[in-house]
Design a protein around this ligand. Structure first.
Ligand code: PNS
Length: 160
């Protein structure tokens, strides 16, 4: 049985992430999407909110599990009984950022990273850019699953 971990901040999950989840879920028997907790980085969404949104947007993918983790990612991957990480790749900037982490993770434990290309129509979409545009009043509905879009707008309008 094959399995992989798809890690990230997912603050919040975007349509670009979802596209990668769907493609990865069709290639592995089990896919665990893991919110990695960074105690030094306060997100806009709490970890529980991110997990809940991930559960909602992947509800149609029966072989996907949602989890969170704080610590060294490769320890988590091995604890799950897997040896593969899946990451989305939007372009060369992502590649530069991901390459040393992928090499380090492989050196540490032999865990391999597989990169999946994102939808080219969403190659400019990131959680941080979407949040910035939304905070400034720009329309971001095309880049987010509707449940995420609604919660982002609610958060901004309540000032939370
Ligand atoms: O969504 P992001 O912020 O691009 O995800 C980056 C992430 C969470 C995958 C990376 O920061 C990570 O692996 N964090 C877990 C801690 C860890 O194992 N760090 C060493 C990486 S070589």
């Amino acid at each position: 049985m094959s399995g992989a971990v798809c890690p990230g901040s997912f603050d919040p999950v975007t349509s670009g992430h979802l596209y990668v989840f769907e493609r990865a879920a069709s290639r592995f028997d089990e896919l665990v999407i893991t919110v990695t907790i960074n105690p030094n980085k306060q997100g806009m969404f709490t970890v529980d909110e991110r997990l809940e949104l991930l559960r909602k947007v992947t509800a149609h993918l029966p072989n996907v599990r949602i989890d969170s983790w704080q610590g060294l990612l490769v320890d988590y991957v091995r604890d799950q009984g897997f040896d593969t990480i899946v990451k989305g790749l939007r372009g060369s900037t992502d590649f530069e950022y991901e390459l040393p982490m992928a090499q380090m993770n492989r050196d540490l434990t032999g865990v391999e990273t597989i990169f999946m290309l994102t939808d080219p129509r969403l190659a400019h979409v990131s959680s941080s850019l979407v949040k910035e545009v939304a905070k400034l009043g720009g329309p971001v509905g095309d880049f987010l699953p509707s449940v995420v879009h609604e919660q982002l707008l609610a958060k901004l309008s309540s000032g939370r």
